[in-house]
Design a protein around this ligand. Sequence first.
Ligand code: HEC
Ligand code: HEC
Ligand code: HEC
Ligand code: HEC
Ligand code: HEC
Length: 221
Amino acid sequence: MAQVFHRSANVLARASIIGGGLAAVAIVSIASVIYRSPVLTQVNIAKDQPIPFSHQRHVGANGIDCRYCHTSVEKSGVANIPPTETCMTCHSQILADAPMLQPVHESWKSGKPIEWTRVYDLPDFVYFDHSIHVAKGIGCTTCHGEIQTMPLTLKATTLHMSWCLECHRAPEKFIRPKDKVFDVDWKPAADRGERLEAGLKLVEEYNVNVEQLTNCSICHR
Ligand code: HEC
Ligand code: HEC
Ligand code: HEC
Ligand code: HEC
Ligand code: HEC
């Protein structure tokens, strides 16, 4: 039978398979670089805010507890952003005439809330709840980074599914005593073995149900 394909077609076919494979790998790796790049994830990028509110000043320097402003974080799924009234408890007196605080006074007079730009925002198809994490000994700084050092609030993590799962697979690596959840200076034991032992003890003490924590349905309801 006559050869339908010239011998060189074989070489071409092989080359195109290898070439195609390489191109696919390249596309996937470029896509994953973009997926994890700060441009998309917004990690460590400060957003424009109507007032340059500083956690470094209010938490780091002044030592104000998170719950003074984020009052609902222990009780509900969402942590509230404080209303203007909360700022006014101090700023009706402190820096009352500072230009930086004029938007606070204007909002107070007009009754129109300050429009803060969201820093952390999950897609709508993901279910998240603050109160359960607080109740089980997961600290604010574990997920939001060293917020007490931030002059402007930066996103400390990607909020990717893999980030949630890293902890849901092994909460013993991150858990802390419940009374330290709001403590921004808390550090785990320096010794690795000691740290793990303490973690495993807390996971048991707080009845953390590790088996169910990787079920798709707990985050995708
Ligand atoms: C004096 C009031 C005040 C205190 C105290 C405070 N915050 Fe905030 N927080 C704010 C305001 C106002 C914003 C909105 C502006 C911004 O993002 O910086 C905010 C924003 C945030 C955000 C980003 C929310 C978003 O947009 O997704 C996180 C996370 C946060 N705070 C965590 C904390 C933690 C953790 C503590 C305690 C260690 C704390 N805050 C203490 C007032 C406060
Ligand atoms: C418990 C008291 C308290 C509350 C509540 C409070 N602040 Fe302050 N704030 C302070 C103090 C104290 C300073 C520092 C004053 C100074 O520098 O003399 C300050 C400083 C500031 C400054 C000046 C810049 C800086 O970082 O030093 C801004 C802006 C500001 N606060 C915004 C806010 C906003 C917005 C809110 C409400 C979400 C708020 N504060 C709630 C006590 C408070
Ligand atoms: C297990 C990780 C985790 C812990 C622990 C955690 N947060 Fe959050 N936080 C998130 C995620 C995820 C979001 C975004 C939620 C969304 O978009 O639905 C968020 C959002 C926020 C917001 C914006 C409002 C909201 O609820 O969406 C504030 C304010 C906040 N967190 C404060 C805190 C404070 C204060 C603590 C400590 C008591 C804390 N967070 C502990 C993961 C965490
Ligand atoms: C640093 C550790 C940590 C991180 C990060 C974390 N979680 Fe959790 N999560 C926990 C622990 C511990 C529990 C409590 C489990 C229990 O009660 O048995 C929990 C519980 C939950 C629950 C409640 C399950 C139920 O039974 O109601 C949901 C939903 C959840 N996490 C979603 C998320 C999502 C979504 C993310 C990422 C955006 C996330 N978590 C990141 C540690 C973490
Ligand atoms: C601990 C919480 C959590 C659990 C458990 C979880 N997911 Fe997700 N999932 C997320 C978050 C957060 C996102 C959005 C962020 C992102 O895109 O990574 C997401 C995104 C997704 C997406 C959208 C595509 C993507 O990657 O952006 C799919 C599909 C998905 N999850 C499927 C699953 C399946 C299937 C399971 C069970 C094997 C599962 N998830 C378990 C938190 C979770």
